[in-house]
Design a protein. Sequence first.
Length: 661
Amino acid sequence: MKLFNIKSSIFLGLAAVVMLSPSCKKFLEETPPSNITPESYLKEENQLAAYAIGQYTAVLPSHANWSFGTFGIDGNTDNMAIPALDNKYMPGLWRVDASGGPWEFTNIYNSNYFLERVVPLWKAGGILGNTENINHYIGEVYFLRAFEYFKKMQIFGDFPIIKNTMADNLPLLIEASKRRPHSEVTRFVLSDLDSAITLLKTVSPDGKKNRISKACAQLLKSRVALYEGTWLKYFKNTAFVPNGNGWPGRAKDYNANYQYASGSIDAEIQYLLEQSMSAAQAVADQVALVNNTGLIESINNENPYINMFGALDMSGYSEVLLWRQYNQNLVTHNVPVAAQAGNYAVGLTRSMTESFLMANGLPIYAPGSGYKGDDYVKDVRIDRDGRLNLFLKEPGQRNVLINLNMATHATEIEPIPRIAEPSYEQKYTTGYAIRKGLTYDAQHCRNGSGFTGSITFRAVEAHLNYIEACYERNGVLDGKAQTYWQQIRTRAKVSTDIAKTINATDMSKETLDWGAYSGGTLISPTLYNIRRERRNELMAEGLRMMDLRRWKALDQLITTPYHVEGFKLWGPMRSWFTPAQIVYGANGVVSDPALGQYLRPHQIRSNADSYRGSRWALAHYLNPIAIQHFNLTGNGGDANSSPIYQNPGWPMTGGAGAIGY
């Protein structure tokens, strides 16, 4: 069997290549992606710099070339919807792969290759160049390995901890395939981040925030610790945590006697939340939030808060800790075109728009809130949280203010939502479209030629992480958490009377928000409003699914299907459309009004699997591992003898859905 370009990727898993063909015997000794890697490589400062930056695009999120980029990642959650419902919400359709999948180690290998060669030389003083810069680039690779491991941990939970490249010794590779409990993986990630924090500069060498800095590592540390702390809290006593009831790791002798580093799961939770608070504070106390002037259609770009998300150069925005720069002659994307239209068919949900408070701090349903209703998009925005007012587009608003003659695919005036449009490029899936990522400069509105920046880390997340970690750990908000929360709400132009909001919150009226639940039960109004703030501030920034998983916030979908809704099509806005644009039934393009006044993008065709609504299975909190990896590491191809174990609720059969479906 011939292996595809071994210098481009480590194939599948640790043992896969060795077992496929004799020609692959040296795969673990291969150099990472490059044409030539001489023995003298990685011995000079500039070589370290080039290697580290070369791993950024593979490891860190950024805009895709053609879609809505990072602003579309939250599609297929309660925040944003796309036309096709993901299989993870249709139990039985998400199935165990026969081969492949994300159980692979390419990026981990590349980081290990660097650290294995560079760290000994560095300690021996054998690398030429500026000492501080050398330290920084080594810190970058520790950060990148940590980020990659955090991704794996979110997907699989328990995962092998591989710190070195290895020779092509099959028993050694099988031994290395053993999964470590995810709490141990978390400790490993935090250790790498501590190394990064020690080595990284406060201001990265490029001076433009296109490279990782110390604050990035501190922010990521707060994210990782909060993730694991809340995961352990909400999944406690289940098969999804080490030593929980039914945890599959216990069946393997190498994990049978596992103990938490803190001595118990409760102590580990407290430790992690404390770590999250400390790391978050280090960022929040040092980095100023960008100002929000409240202006929208601003030809002179007077509102930094809007412009930050679609700027060419993001280095001047204090809140941006790391961003990717694009170049019109090298690498471009299509985000500006999408942001001026229907966001490439990624639309805000009714749940998302209704979660925003009124400017006076009251929920929309509270007596005296002043809510104007949702008969028209413009009504939804009136007197609301300033973020909704800024980022929810309204028909008739101007999307282009600069270089009007340069555009070929610009949408100069925001149109009536194109809900019947078959093309993803123009389709408004829910009727609600977001402004984040929009630039008013038409030079970016030539298909696929946008070169606005892409934000990777934003400092406000540190404020949000601290608030949540503080409350989850202590059950109350300390003075710093309250200050951070008030800073966020001041910028959002919402009343800073947080107690007023909490007292007016009726959890029975917040059920459209998946974050209102943990383990199928509604949470307290205080915790809910902490989650609400996070949801509103980070809308469309790609963190929603991570949050929903760690909160165990999808259990209620197991027994009660959820129907994603958009704007109120079957109210007065119906008059916006011709009869041909609002056909429903067998050949419909919109949902039947008998289902409700709100557009239901997944209930247009009754023969579609999505018509039954978004549903869930406990197994879906983690991905299944493809069967090939068990066969490759099992004795004589016997999957059951593999040191790897399958995730809870997933079978050892390729093509099968979660157990019970």
